[in-house]
Design a protein. Structure first.
Length: 413
């Protein structure tokens, strides 16, 4: 096992034993091989740096590199944006530990050397984010390499395998050029992604959101602090922001839009699909601390005379998401609220049983202008999971869930 910091600055000799220069940088070319050190840049004082390819390396050791060719076989260095630089792009950079679900900083890069076709190739195996690497870098050039290794062997290691590493690139184009996929990020829970995003700089946070699909970005955005939500959306292109916000629940989208600058809010609404934009605009009419301002309009409403089988068919046909199925709300022939059926009662009922027969008691509701304090008291008193919101004609127009209540109470802490 070798470490990048043991090779950066290493003296390099050609096949005749002549000094060529010191290793100033190491490059990976992800398009060719995602973990191979493909190029070594050799510094030669005031002269233009040279580049040794991976197939021109005879041997490597801490502080020393030997080549299979003389200096005439080396190329002059030409910058290439598609190359990933170990010193510049990795060391001291923040990365996402997708296993640990947090942001960490790279202290060193661990390399494995292997003989291939008569030369020595270096492959990145893991990045070191622990104390041993920090000690190694602090003592590099001051204490002999073997002494450093003995010291670090007594310290607890903390490494992340290279395949679990996702680089944070403020410039999304660089992420594409380097072919560093964000697939592993999308597999994290949105709450974990939000925690990670909150630890990053604004540019890095923006890059993370931009790398996600619209649905995952929407779920992550909903978990962010309100102030950060606003920052992210206002930096997005209105069309991209609209695509993400359309994937949010109407109440979460309305809360976010309410905090945007009026001009930005208008631009985003103009880019949204008509139905989603209308739902959000309707919610924006209500005060922030009222039932109307807290509710979601995504609810299931059926007639009280409908059978259990008909309601299940309705849910299947409309592909209603599971998070909207806490309760089914009933209306009578005058479209007034007539009852609430918990999803558990629906599942246990007979196929031909009428919905009105399995409605729960007591029948509770709040008007759209009810204040949040009264809503909190109702949830506490009756141990509610949700409560329906009705308009002046007693028709269901939305619901407040326990998640909404918890989020609102947390924001007040």
């Amino acid at each position: 096992m070798l470490h990048a910091t043991e090779l950066l600055g290493a003296k390099t000799y050609d096949s005749y034993g002549h000094f060529v220069g010191r290793v100033k940088e190491m490059f990976i070319v992800p398009a060719e091989q995602p973990n191979r050190v493909a190029r070594l840049m050799l510094s030669r004082g005031k002269y233009r740096p040279l580049v040794a390819r991976y197939d021109q390396v005879e041997s490597v050791a801490p502080g020393k590199v030997t080549l299979t060719t003389d200096e005439s076989g080396l190329d002059l260095f030409q910058p290439n944006e598609a190359w990933l630089a170990v010193r510049k792009d990795l060391l001291d950079q923040q990365i996402i530990d997708t296993n640990g679900r947090k942001v960490v900083r790279i202290n060193d890069v661990d390399l494995m050397d292997q003989r291939t076709n008569g030369n020595t190739e270096l492959r990145i195996t893991q990045v070191d984010v622990g104390l041993p690497a920090a000690v190694r870098r602090m003592l590099q050039g001051v204490v002999p390499p073997m002494t450093i290794r003995r010291l670090q062997s007594k310290l607890p290691p903390r490494n992340i395998r290279w395949e679990f590493v996702n680089l944070i690139e403020p410039d999304p184009l660089r992420r594409v050029k380097l072919r560093l996929s964000g697939d592993k990020l999308a597999k994290l829970h949105p709450a974990d992604l939000a925690d990670i995003a909150e630890e990053l700089s604004p540019d890095e946070r923006q890059s993370i959101i931009a790398s996600l699909d619209e649905e995952t970005a929407a779920e992550t955005l909903a978990e962010l602090d309100q102030r950060l939500q606003t920052q992210v959306v206002e930096k997005l292109d209105p069309e991209k922001a609209a695509d993400i916000i359309e994937e949010m629940s109407p109440d979460a989208a309305a809360d976010l839009m309410q905090n945007l600058e009026p001009e930005t809010s208008r631009e985003v609404l103009d880019e949204m699909e008509h139905r989603e934009a209308h739902e959000v605009e309707e919610l924006l009419r209500f005060g922030e601390n009222t039932a109307g301002g807290m509710m979601t309009t995504e609810i299931v409403v059926v007639g009280e005379d409908a059978t259990r089988g008909e309601v299940v068919d309705h849910i299947r046909f409309h592909e209603i998401p599971a998070d909207q199925l806490d309760n089914v709300f009933l209306i009578n022939r005058d479209a007034e609220l007539a009852g609430t059926v918990p999803i558990a009662s629906l599942l246990l009922a007979n196929t031909e049983q009428r919905m009105g027969e399995i409605a729960s008691e007591p029948l509770l509701s709040v008007t759209a202008n009810a204040n949040e304090k009264d809503i909190f008291e109702l949830f506490d008193k009756y141990n509610l999971r949700s409560i329906v919101v009705v308009n002046a004609e007693k028709c269901p127009i939305g619901a407040i869930t326990v998640d909404d209540v918890v989020s609102r109470l947390r924001s007040k802490l």
